[in-house]
Design a protein. Structure first.
Ligand code: SAH
Ligand code: SF4
Length: 374
């Protein structure tokens, strides 16, 4: 497993059903109690063992002696001006903070954008998270806790989950894959695997490993440049895993899973948004079963890059399209907020600390029991 926060008690949130079943059996309970515990953890979102009121008191006491449910506390919330998103600043048990977002789409979909690390070690040149460096990996329970907290916040069902918050999910591989499995499990959150998207900076060995898991989720690969010379600069990890290697891993992934891959490309004014780059991107991806997602840059305080004018964005999109690739641009209402999901400390409509609203009553539990939204 991953390096989570130090604690002597096992965090139940983050265990797969067979592990919960094994755990309760070791406490002398029948196996079916494992399923009951899973239901409390993932369906009802219990914040403490004591909330599991249909379990015998003696069993709850024994459970609480060796295990706990990790707690996350909402420190601040922030609403997008157009109500298309709510951002949460969440304190972990060790006092470190991450951010996650509840997003609302015009077609009724509700999406949770969650973080996998405190900070990020990849240092992409345009990313606010990268600016602050890396602190630690999140545990599976901390990743799932964000989902539960977002779910408890609203009434409408969450249909999608995107791993596009702080951190590089595939640099915290085990915790990410575990969280994906529990999110999609019938005993877990019941989110359709196809409605889960993991975004990666392009760690080739981990993309290959993920291909072997044969998960039917969506993988999004952050390209941002069609050639190594430029990508080396924007995405420093490209020096370790250059484009040819990333693309080979992507082809392997598409082949193994039968899934269409998404390529993300942040457009930066005068840096990677020219006609030459658009044509090169078209050539690089031609024939691949993929979708291209263009994200006009959200400016970051302290980083000089700018967002290109819309005419340039449109020209880039149509040049890529003419190579036969499906292209979408994240620009409409709420677009800034969606993009901000990857650089959550930004000022892009959501990020200025002065505009945060303190959470009512200070700290809140991750998710009150029975608060499943639907
Ligand atoms: N580490 C992963 C996932 C988190 S970032 C990754 O890099 O893919 C999610 C997305 O937001 C990535 O495509 C990332 O490139 C993008 N992003 C980061 N900073 C941005 C910014 N300032 N403006 C727009 N998109 C940004
Ligand atoms: Fe890390 Fe992704 Fe930001 Fe790059 S874009 S620094 S990989 S969070």
């Amino acid at each position: 497993m991953t390096t989570g926060p130090a604690s002597t008690l096992l965090d139940l949130r983050g265990l797969l059903l067979p592990e919960l079943e094994g755990f309760v059996e070791r406490l002398g309970e029948p196996r079916y109690r494992g399923r009951q515990v899973a239901r409390w953890l993932y369906v009802r979102g219990a914040a403490a063992v004591d909330e599991m009121t249909d379990l015998p008191r003696a069993f709850r006491d024994r459970l609480a002696e060796g295990a706990k449910i990790g707690s996350l506390a909402v420190r601040r919330t922030q609403e997008a001006p157009d109500a298309s998103a709510t951002k949460f600043l969440v304190a972990l048990e060790d006092g470190r903070t991450v951010e996650c977002v509840r997003m609302r789409f015009a077609d009724g979909r509700r999406s949770a954008c969650i973080s996998t690390q405190v900070g990020c070690a990849m240092g992409c040149a345009f990313c606010a998270t990268g600016l602050g460096g890396f602190s630690r990996n999140l545990s599976p329970g901390e990743i799932l806790g964000q989902f539960l907290l977002i779910r408890a916040h609203g009434r409408a069902r969450l249909s999608n989950v995107v791993f596009m918050g702080m951190g590089e999910p595939l640099a915290n591989y085990d915790a990410t894959v575990r969280a994906v499995r529990i999110l999609a499990a019938p005993y877990g959150m019941g989110i359709g695997m196809r409605h889960i998207t993991v975004s990666t900076v392009g760690l080739a060995p981990q993309i290959r490993r993920l291909a072997g898991e044969r998960l039917q989720m969506t993988l999004a690969v952050s390209l941002h440049a069609p050639a190594d010379s430029l990508r080396d600069h924007l995405v420093p990890v490209n020096r370790r895993y250059p484009l040819a290697e990333v693309m080979a891993a992507c082809r392997e992934y598409i082949e193994a899973t039968g899934r269409r891959l998404t390529f993300e490309y942040v457009l930066i004014d005068g840096v990677n948004d020219g006609a030459d780059e658009a044509r090169a991107l078209g050539r690089l991806l031609a024939g691949a079963r993929c979708h291209v997602n263009l994200i006009p840059l959200n400016p970051v305080d302290g980083i000089e890059y700018r967002r290109p004018p819309m005419a340039r964005v449109r020209a880039f999109a149509s040049a890529v399209r003419s190579a036969g690739l499906p292209v979408t641009v994240r620009i409409e209402r709420g677009g800034e907020i969606q993009a901000a999901c990857g650089q959550l400390r930004l000022a892009a409509g959501l990020g200025r600390p002065s505009r945060w609203t303190p959470a009512a009553q200070g700290a809140q539990g991750a998710s009150p029991a029975g608060a499943r939204s639907s």
